[in-house]
Design a protein around this ligand. Structure first.
Ligand SMILES: C[S@@+](CC[C@H](N)C(=O)[O-])C[C@H]1O[C@@H](n2cnc3c(N)ncnc32)[C@H](O)[C@@H]1O
Length: 355
């Protein structure tokens, strides 16, 4: 939408009605500064004023969005153009939903692997896991039934396990407490590895920790692990297929891979005045950059079929896909996030076997 053209058009039409900026502003019930802002191309009248603007200036909405008088011949063409512009604008204003929070707008980016790694490493090196809520076992995510109830990891006694995106090491502690014998963790952030190391050492737990992007070769042993798991880790990858192929290579025959991530439908819907509103297309898998507090993250929203097909392409057999909600906890929370969780899944967990 060409705001400068629209601004000039508003000014011209106002003058044609022999109105000063102040008189026009008074008729609308806005300040003359607001009118000046529109006319300089620094903003559009809000939706609630658009009809009054058109009525006073004796133009219609299609002419307002086009920034010009329209003849019958170009009317339909312009209406279609304006409609497409509005859809594109709504798309670019899509909201960024991370965990339980709606965090303002997200800007589409061209994905550059190194830039994504640099940005997300900086985020995780300075931010604590608490920013995104429940991201360590036994929790798989907010309002999702806990691992103690679901038992998706199976019996860990004596098992060799690897966590992808091990963060501060709290899920590794859970695996150790559940009887796992050989513990490995992988994370892109040296600071997170340091935190995990300190935390596990303070608990008397011995683990091997590797600092690397999950997508890359990092020296982890092949055909070695009984279980690879990840809690809010996998979605950070820049290359899902490559990551799943790596995970498969680390597993023994019939080894198990379990991971949980934010449900793709959850990222599309926000709650406004108690009602669920679609803010983002489910089909939109573009990479975006957004801010949590004053720190930037880079992510993409993948569809459920993208995860499922990448697993199949990498030689996994899916044993279970869980989209449950702990309804009692969601209802008791009294929060918008809880109300949303009662209506759609906020988290999913997949258990797959190396085929
Ligand atoms: C939500 S935290 C995981 C917390 C963890 N489950 C726990 O128990 O504390 C996500 C982790 O993924 C890591 N990460 C982000 N991008 C990564 C990548 N490309 N490769 C490996 N780890 C990555 C981050 O550094 C962060 O520690």
């Amino acid at each position: 939408m060409n705001q400068v053209k629209i601004g000039r058009f508003i000014a011209a039409m106002r003058k044609q009605q022999h109105l000063t900026q102040r008189e026009f502003a008074e008729l609308l019930g806005v300040s003359d500064k607001t009118v000046s802002k529109w006319e300089c191309g620094n903003g559009m009248p809000e939706l609630s004023y658009m009809q009054s603007v058109c009525k006073i200036l004796q133009i219609d909405l299609n002419e307002l969005f086009s920034g010009e008088r329209l003849t019958d011949t170009d009317y339909k063409k312009k209406a279609e153009e304006n409609m497409m512009n509005l859809i594109e604008e709504a798309e670019s204003l899509k909201k960024n939903i991370v965990g339980g929070s709606v965090l303002g707008t997200a800007d589409d980016i061209e994905m550059d692997k190194y830039e994504v790694h640099r940005t997300n490493t900086a985020f995780w090196s300075t931010a604590g896991n608490e920013l995104l809520g429940a991201t360590a076992l036994p929790a798989w995510g907010n309002f999702f039934p806990s691992e103690d109830k679901l038992r998706l990891l199976g019996d860990l006694t004596g098992k060799s396990v690897l966590e992808i995106g091990c963060g501060g090491g709290h899920s590794l502690k859970y695996a150790a407490d559940s009887g796992a014998a050989g513990l490995y963790g992988l994370d892109i952030s040296e600071e997170q590895i340091g935190r995990a190391w300190e935390y596990l050492a303070s608990q008397g737990i011995n683990a091997k920790l590797v600092c690397s992007p999950m997508e890359e070769e990092c020296g982890l042993p092949a055909d070695y692990f009984d279980l690879v798991y990840s809690v809010y880790g996998i979605g950070w990858t820049t290359d899902l297929n490559r990551t799943f192929e790596r995970v498969r290579s680390y597993l023994k025959k019939d080894g198990i891979f379990v991971f949980g991530w934010s449900h793709p439908i959850h990222k599309c819907v926000s709650i406004e005045k108690g009602r669920l509103v679609f803010d983002n297309s489910y089909f939109n898998e573009k990479w975006y950059s957004a801010n949590i507090g004053d720190r930037e993250i880079m992510l993409s929203n993948r569809m459920m079929s993208t995860y499922v097909n990448a697993l199949a392409d990498s030689g996994f057999v899916i044993e279970k896909l869980v989209e449950e909600i702990d309804r009692e906890r969601a209802a008791a929370s009294g929060s918008d996030f809880g109300r949303k969780a009662l209506m759609l899944p906020t988290v999913f967990v997949i258990r797959a076997r190396k085929g």
